[in-house]
Design a protein around this ligand. Sequence first.
Ligand SMILES: C[S@@+](CC[C@H](N)C(=O)[O-])C[C@H]1O[C@@H](n2cnc3c(N)ncnc32)[C@H](O)[C@@H]1O
Length: 469
Amino acid sequence: MDSLQLWTYQNIEVDDIVNYRIIEKNKSKIDVQKTIFNKIEHNLNFENGTHLSNLVHFQLAPKTPIQRWYPYREGFSINLVNSFLKELNITGNVFDPFVGSGTTLLSARNYNLNSFGTDVNPISILIAEVSNEVYFTKEIIDTKEILNEIINSNNQQSNIKTNFQLADKAFNTEILQTLLNLKIQINQIQNIKIQRLLFVAWLSIIEQVSNVKKEGNGIKYKNRKRTSSGYINIDKVVWENETFPKDKINYVKTIYKNKVELILNDIENHYGAIENKPQIFNTNCINFNEKFQDNLQFTFFSPPYCNSFDYFEIHKVELWLGDFVTTHDELKKLRIKGFRSNSNSLNGKKIEYKNDYIEELIGLFDEQKLWHKQIPNVVRGYFDDMYQLLKNIYLQTEKNGFVGIVVGNSAYSEIIIPTDAIIADFAKEIGFSLEKIYVTRHLTTSSQQKTALSKLNNYLRESIIILKK
Ligand SMILES: C[S@@+](CC[C@H](N)C(=O)[O-])C[C@H]1O[C@@H](n2cnc3c(N)ncnc32)[C@H](O)[C@@H]1O
């Protein structure tokens, strides 16, 4: 060490020394990660997919007929599925194991293809079924009449109960009562097709008229605002008075009426024929083969990402208010039906699929920085579920059939999980050949991890994996 270095060293504050050590430690973890990633990616062909970056999310959906019926933020664009159906010249059966709002099924329907779907969220099943129903002219006329009766009804009850315990916080009282009154009226409709259609419209306006919004990983209160000096909570009543018009009943009814009219307009003008009505099953996708045995030519999906996002948490206001769940126990049971992608979904199922890369990455986790001690098991469970699913898809895919997977990588305690590469790697082990991995866009991570991961930025990405049998 020469004198200049010694001088520099002696002038470093204690905190700086600690930071220096952390940086050094992270540096070596970064190198270890790079080595692991190089090993996984050794034989994988990545391709620039930035031309698809606008299609892997739902930004275009509010303007797309049928997709705009329900504000489902976690879906991809119908144009993405359309483009692969065309490019791969698909004429056979299509499958989406993770239906969500039903984008893949809708696209298949537009191409007059047979399709199948599964999901564990009853809201997804309802939306996908209702948007693929056959509606006759008489039913549209009847729906308009029923809508008018509902909107013009003056029998508003004022003390309707709900099982949703947070309802009083999540809604203005009068808005909540208007919503619950509408629900009672909708539930009384005799024609089940019209009832379900009007119920989807009702579900779809809940977030707009509530005091909460879906943001990031969960539900946030709209009256909690970010300011330069941190977050502030605006008083609920003050915020509601500033935000909603005086006549709350009319406000909710108008939004509801507009929504139903938009849906009816889509049915009348942009619906297309349904010669091949999709078959949709409310079930865990892993064992989809227990529900149908038809051969598949194209399976296209976006699974939950391995990032702790909980689909039941984000949709919980609609699940409770729409009576899909009536007790906490029911919600808990739903959560463990899903893919093991968050700690709420862990179901005690044994991990059968073992993967050295995954174990090496989990071995690098810093337990102190994990926000839940079960995260290593979430990661193991996630890839176990994915492996079993892909194996079953492989068995049911016809020769020369394709699979497309839209998936994002994630990071825990500054360790990246390269989900796209791991899936592509084990898909080859299962028997698929890898056509390509399109890297569509870069993802961001939490601010705490951003600096530490700046050297591994390339690996934080959202990709589309294309496999062939
Ligand atoms: C990313 S979303 C799919 C969005 C869909 N591609 C679209 O465009 O609307 C993932 C879906 O997977 C569902 N899901 C989670 N675990 C599941 C499982 N084990 N089986 C079937 N569906 C599951 C969630 O309920 C959610 O609807």
